[in-house]
Design a protein around this ligand. Structure first.
Ligand code: AMP
Length: 136
């Protein structure tokens, strides 16, 4: 059966489509945070950023830029957020790789941000080294 988004790709479920090419599709989010909140997906189903092949990350990023330019031209937001959730703990609900484009207007408060924390400078390098050891 596939994910909800695969069913949209196949035309089995309706969506307010904006743009598509061979690898990607952009359509409006059904529960928008703001006017023009758009999802960009790769048509092939991969659950998240870790599993999607790099060429499809590039394709989705290209479509994201293209659609963000169109949204900016259509609605003149003051800015926009690109959000990409991975894992339930990070708020992912649909396990089919996608990027949110969320147009923003001054003072709209539609997104909550992380709380800036504190860390020792020495610990920063330790953390960086731990990650570096796992770079392929
Ligand atoms: P995420 O939390 O990153 O997995 O986001 C999933 C998003 O998909 C949510 O913002 C939902 O509102 C949106 N969504 C779920 N079902 C549909 C649908 N049928 N059409 C459009 N957007 C959807």
């Amino acid at each position: 059966m596939g994910s909800i988004f695969s069913r949209i790709v196949k035309g089995e479920l309706p969506a307010a489509r904006i743009y598509e090419d061979d690898d990607t599709l952009a359509f409006l989010d059904i529960n928008p945070a703001s006017r023009g909140h758009t999802l960009v997906i790769c048509k092939e189903e991969y659950p998240d950023l870790l599993s999607v092949p790099p060429n499809l990350v590039v394709a989705v990023t290209r479509t994201t830029q293209r659609v963000a330019r169109a949204i900016t031209s259509a609605f003149q937001p003051d800015g926009f957020n690109i959000v990409q959730n991975n894992g339930a703990a990070a708020g992912q609900v649909v396990f089919h790789f996608h990027v949110h484009i969320i147009p923003r207007w001054e003072g709209d408060r539609v997104l909550a941000y992380w709380r800036p924390g504190k860390v020792e400078k020495s610990e920063l390098q330790e953390i960086a080294d731990q990650i570096k050891a796992h770079i392929d």
